[in-house]
Design a protein around this ligand. Structure first.
Ligand code: SF4
Ligand code: SF4
Length: 365
C-alpha cells in the first residue's frame, strides 16, 4: 500500500475495471489509497470501503505492469474477510452467500444429480485412480463441456477416468473470493479428504485447478501435483496417439487466455499447441494475450456487485473479434464461455475441450 501511495499508477492502463468504470476510487491505485487512509485512521472502515473491496476481478492484470511486485487481489481478499466479520458485505454478496448455502455451490442446485444426467452411470462406479472434477460452473453453465470431455476420452480410448462422485461439486473458490475464508476452509477440508485418495485429479476449469492445487496447499490441504489441467492430462495422448481428424471445415478462431490459465497457472503455450495440432494453424491472437491477457469481465465476485461494468468489459474484450472478422472464440473457463455467450452476437464460443472433441473423429485402427 505504501508503494502504491507514491506510484504514478503504472498499472492503471492494465486494469479492466479502471479502464471501463470511470471511477477513480475503483482503480488499483485508488483502492490502495483508500485502504491506506483506513490503516492510518483517517477514514473509518465502513460499508462503502467494504463495497469497494469487491470492485476487482482478481484478474492480476495489474501485476504485469507493477514494477514493485505488488499483487492487489490478496490484499482485497483480506479486506473482504474483514467485511464479512464486521457484517459489512454488500447486499449482493449476502444474497450470493445465502444461495451458496443451499447446495454448497453458487447455483443453489444439486449439481451431483445434474452431473449424473450428463455422464454415463458407469463412470461414477468402481474405484478409479484418476477422476474428472468438472467444477460447479461447468456443470451448471457449460454442461456440453462435461459431455464433450467424456466423449473425447472415449474417442482417444482413455477408459480409466472416473467422474467425481461426491455431493460437493464446488472447489470453494466463490466462498474465498466473497470473503468467507472460514467457510472456504471447512469446504476445502471436505474436498481434500475426498480427493486425496485419487492419484490424479483432472479439471477443465483453471480456477478449480488453481484452488485445489495451490490455494488448498496454503491451508495445509496439500493435494500437490495430482491436480492437473485437462490440457496437461490430454497432451501426451494427443502427441502419441495416432488419431483421425474429422473432415470438418475449420474456421479461423481466436484463443482467449482465461486469467487463471495464463496468469495463475502459467498455461499459455499448451492450449495453442493443442489447437494447432488439430487445426493445422495457430489461433489469431488478441492484442492482450498470454500473460497479458484481458479479463472476460467475470472474475471474482465482480459481476455480482457491478453487473453493468462487468458486461461492458466483456463487450470491450470482444470488439477485437469482430474487427478481425473472426467468427469463433475458443477459451477454457466456464465463466469466460458463459460471459462471452451472453454478450456476443453471431459468434461461436467454445471451450477448448469441445473444440478438440469436434475436431477429432477417433483413434486410427
Ligand atoms: S499496484 Fe503497483 S503499479 Fe499499481 S499503483 Fe500499486 S505500486 Fe503502482
Ligand atoms: S486484479 Fe484485475 S481488476 Fe483487480 S485491480 Fe488488478 S487489474 Fe484491476
Amino acid at each position: 500500500m505504501d508503494l502504491c501511495a507514491a506510484c504514478p499508477r503504472l498499472c492503471q492502463s492494465a486494469c479492466p475495471v479502471a479502464m471501463t468504470d470511470a471511477n477513480e476510487s475503483h482503480t488499483p491505485w485508488g483502492m490502495m489509497q483508500t485502504l491506506n487512509l483506513v490503516r492510518q485512521g483517517e477514514i473509518p472502515f465502513d460499508a462503502s470501503v467494504a463495497a469497494m473491496s469487491y470492485q476487482c476481478l482478481t484478474c492480476k492484470a495489474c501485476t504485469t505492469q507493477c514494477e514493485h511486485g505488488n499483487v492487489i487481489p490478496p490484499v482485497l481478499h483480506d479486506v473482504r474477510k474483514m467485511a464479512v466479520e464486521m457484517e459489512l458485505t454488500p447486499p449482493e454478496i449476502t444474497g450470493f452467500l445465502a444461495k451458496f448455502h443451499k447446495h454448497n455451490n453458487p447455483f443453489a442446485r444439486d449439481l451431483l444429480s445434474r452431473f449424473k444426467e450428463l455422464v454415463a452411470h458407469k463412470f461414477f462406479e468402481g474405484d478409479p485412480a484418476t477422476v474428472y472434477f468438472p467444477g460447479c460452473s461447468t456443470i451448471a453453465k457449460c454442461p456440453e463441456v462435461v459431455r464433450d470431455t467424456f466423449s473425447l476420452f472415449s474417442k482417444l480410448k482413455i477408459d480409466f477416468v472416473g467422474a467425481y462422485p461426491e455431493a460437493v461439486q464446488c472447489c470453494g473458490y466463490p466462498l474465498l473470493t466473497a470473503g468467507m475464508e472460514d467457510e472456504f476452509v471447512d469446504l476445502a477440508e471436505i474436498n481434500f479428504q475426498a480427493l486425496k485418495k485419487y492419484k490424479t485429479v483432472v479439471s477443465g476449469s483453471p480456477a478449480c485447478v488453481y484452488t485445489l492445487r495451490d490455494t488448498y496447499a496454503k491451508y495445509d490441504f496439500n493435494l500437490g501435483n495430482r491436480v492437473m489441467t485437462i490440457n496437461q492430462f490430454l497432451e501426451p495422448y494427443l502427441q502419441n496417439i495416432n488419431y483421425k481428424l474429422k473432415k470438418n471445415m475449420r474456421t479461423k478462431l481466436m484463443y482467449h487466455d482465461p486469467c487463471y490459465s495464463a496468469r495463475y497457472l502459467n498455461e499459455i503455450e499448451r492450449p495453442r499447441e493443442l489447437i494447432s495440432q488439430v487445426s493445422g494453424y495457430q489461433p489469431v491472437e488478441f492484442f492482450e494475450s498470454g500473460a497479458k491477457t484481458g479479463c472476460s469481465g467475470q472474475g471474482g465476485c465482480f459481476s455480482i456487485v457491478s453487473k453493468d461494468v462487468s458486461d461492458a468489459i466483456t463487450v470491450k474484450r470482444l470488439e477485437e473479434v469482430y474487427e478481425k472478422k473472426v467468427q469463433m472464440v475458443v477459451t477454457q473457463c466456464p465463466s469466460c464461455v458463459t460471459k462471452f455467450r451472453k454478450n456476443s452476437k453471431g459468434l461461436v464460443i467454445k471451450d477448448l475441450v469441445s473444440y478438440l472433441n469436434d475436431s477429432i473423429e477417433g483413434v486410427k485402427e
